[in-house]
Write a protein that binds this ligand. Structure first.
Ligand code: NAP
Length: 482
């Protein structure tokens, strides 16, 4: 605890120092961060690839995404409207009482604790979305390295601290800590921590959420946990595109050895098409080779979870990998009727890896029952013709309540980093469905609104000064303007 005290004190000092930096200086730090990480790519790519078992090509793509994400936040900081600057001018002549001048904007929370993910050693890790959105908000980050890629994490941490030093920011704007669950728990309990961001298992995320809620000062926890991302296929759509949709499903299910939070672990198919669709899927799955998983722990959990499901009488196996194949992340697919699926919550639990359950449903009213039983998801996907959507408006309304992103084309794997993306759904997929961990709105998690009433102009933050020196979009007396 004493070392952690020193870490948090340094973070708090960095927080104070950052507050006096200009918007341009804060953006320059993020830009320098991208440059410094790019500068080490010849060492970073093979290191990350070796530690994660992910091919160089995938890591190269992930690096591009990570750098793009950092630069997106740098531009967001420069553009400035994310702070929601809002001004209500005073009216001293108002009766019966004069109206005060009130100016409101989002301000950074303070030191943020970030737990990186194992499945994206770059884009959801040390310099990933949680870290960069917290830094962009003006919060220092104390980062708990994921033990699955320690060397990758250290390399990136060094680049972030170099960027801070080169751009005149305090180096302790970012600190990198290693250790197991007990260190993570102590970080979450520390009184100077103001928020937690996490990507990983339901068990880990919920434990951190409970720890934060039990603190003397509870703090927000943004935990992205498990999701099975159901696809709902409708009859007419399947009749017309059965083979293409089977290809799309298998591609999404097995991408990255199934180790994506948006992996479609459930697919609902009408009874009339279930045999034909499962046959097409089985043929395509058989052609996919097994590949090593991210780390031994994930491979073991994958194997154990499938072994447990194999004991369930209600499941039949469309493609059943052997125990030794499963150690290497071999894909598997099981099948169950909708009535049996509804009766057992175990069929909704995430199996992290290339495993799916095909559920055959009878009709529209059974679809509504399925939607009623479904737990919160990051995504839901509908493969339907327009007239099928029109015939299922009740189902459509219900399914919207169950997810953060609703797709009408393609597959849920592949998360765009942009302005409109929502990556966060109702519990248990995340601990706070009002937030996203991908895209620019991720920044809002690490800021809180402050209103300044009748504050003398010279003390106001730049964003709220009368002359609008940063030239940002603001809401002035109810009107959005520059
Ligand atoms: P994890 O076990 O949840 O670990 C993630 C991070 O949280 C690690 O740094 C871990 O520390 C820490 N942690 C775990 N439990 C904790 C606790 N009770 N208190 C404090 N810190 C805790 O996730 P993982 O190792 O990346 O993968 C394991 C499983 O997570 C997978 O099999 C999969 O089910 C799921 N997963 C889901 C997603 C998703 O996006 N939904 C992504 C990746 C993984 P230590 O490792 O040092 O103990």
């Amino acid at each position: 605890m004493s070392d952690l005290n020193a870490n948090f004190k340094k973070a708090q000092q960095a927080f104070t120092a950052i507050k006096s930096k200009t918007v341009a200086e804060k953006a320059a730090f993020l830009e320098a961060m991208a440059v410094q990480i790019e500068n080490i790519k010849s060492e970073l790519i093979p290191t990350a690839s070796k530690e994660s078992n992910l091919p160089d090509g995938r890591i190269t793509g992930e690096l591009g995404r990570t750098l793009g994400q950092i630069r997106l936040f740098a531009n967001l900081v420069k553009e400035g409207s994310w702070v929601e600057a809002t001004i209500d001018h005073a009216d001293p002549d108002r009766s019966p009482a004069p109206k005060p001048d009130i100016r409101r904007m989002l301000r950074p929370l303070g030191p943020v604790v970030v737990f990186g993910a194992s499945n994206f050693p770059l884009a959801f890790s040390t310099a990933g979305g949680d870290t960069v959105s917290a830094l962009a908000a003006g919060c220092p980050v104390i980062y708990k390295a994921h033990p699955a890629h320690p060397a990758t994490s250290k390399l990136v941490a060094g680049a972030i601290r170099d960027a801070a030093q080169k751009s005149g920011m305090p180096e302790d704007i970012f600190q990198h800590l290693e250790g197991g669950i007990s260190v993570g728990q102590e970080m979450a309990k520390h009184p100077m921590a103001k928020a937690i961001a996490f990507t990983g298992s339901y068990t880990g995320g919920k434990a951190l959420f409970d720890t934060a809620a039990a603190r003397e000062e509870p703090i927000p926890v943004y935990a992205e946990m498990g999701s099975v991302n159901p696809i709902f296929a409708f009859e007419s759509k399947l009749s017309q595109h059965l083979d293409a949709l089977a290809t799309a499903y298998v591609g999404s299910l097995t991408l990255g050895v199934g180790q994506f939070c948006t992996n479609p672990g459930l697919i609902f198919v009408p009874e009339s098409k279930a045999d034909a669709f499962s046959k097409a899927v089985a043929e395509k799955i058989a052609a996919v080779s097994a590949a090593p998983m991210l780390h031994d722990g994930i491979a073991k959990t994958y194997k154990d979870r499938i072994a447990t499901l194999k004991e369930k009488d209600k499941l039949s196996w469309v493609h059943a990998a052997t125990a030794s194949e499963l150690t290497h992340g071999s894909p598997a697919l099981a099948r169950v009727t909708a009535a049996d699926w509804i009766s057992d919550d175990a069929f909704q639990e995430e199996v992290f890896g290339p495993f799916g359950i095909l559920v055959s449903y009878k009709n529209t009213s059974q679809l509504v029952q399925i939607a009623d039983s479904l737990k919160g998801q990051l995504t839901c996907t509908l493969w339907a013709e327009d007239d099928e959507l029109a015939e299922n408006v009740e189902f459509l309304a219900l399914i919207e309540e169950k997810c953060g992103r609703l797709l009408f084309k393609g597959a849920p794997t592949g998360v765009e980093v942009g302005f409109a993306m929502q990556h966060g759904g109702p519990f248990p997929s995340t601990s706070d469905s009002r937030s996203t961990s991908v895209g620019v709105y991720a920044i809002k998690r690490f800021a809180r609104p402050v209103a300044f009433q009748d504050m003398p102009e010279r003390f106001l933050p730049e964003e709220l000064k009368e002359s609008n020196p940063l030239d940002i979009w603001r809401t002035v007396d109810g009107v959005l303007k520059k």
